[in-house]
Design a protein around this ligand. Structure first.
Ligand code: AMP
Length: 119
């Protein structure tokens, strides 16, 4: 079992050691723009707790953390104007990479939100 690396870049962002282009912060999540956007809108949503992957988060986070995370993610979709499926700005793709075969670069659970254009 791999343990959480407290020096990963998202942990540093959460501690305020590294800055980010913040979208939204709540008690449970931090959302910010990806530094190398792969779409017109490319946001990342991370939980404040120390979880490595979606498997770790979904298996070990408390009900409050789980609810707080997905409420936060929804608020980000709303804030970015992606939640409306009936106009050309709306719609999005969610991605969460995990581990070596999943191509995960940063070992702190996160969801990519891609949108703002047809992907
Ligand atoms: P993943 O491959 O799923 O772990 O994705 C990690 C993402 O984090 C990549 O899309 C990177 O561009 C992004 N990233 C890495 N460092 C930063 C940073 N300091 N601020 C914002 N995004 C970052």
């Amino acid at each position: 079992m791999i343990s959480y690396d407290p020096n990963n870049i998202f942990a540093k962002i959460l501690r305020g050691d590294i800055s980010c282009h913040k979208i939204l912060e709540t008690d449970y999540i931090l959302a910010f723009h990806d530094v190398k956007p792969k779409a017109k809108i490319h946001a990342l949503v991370i939980p404040k707790g120390a979880y490595i992957s979606s498997y770790d988060f979904h298996g070990n986070a408390s009900d409050q953390e789980l609810k707080g995370y997905y409420q936060g993610l929804n608020a980000v979709l709303s804030q970015l104007g992606l939640c409306h499926m009936t106009n050309t700005k709306g719609g999005y793709r969610l991605i969460s990479n995990a581990g070596i075969n999943g191509g995960q670069e940063v070992p702190h659970f996160h969801t990519h939100i891609l949108g703002g254009e047809k992907i």
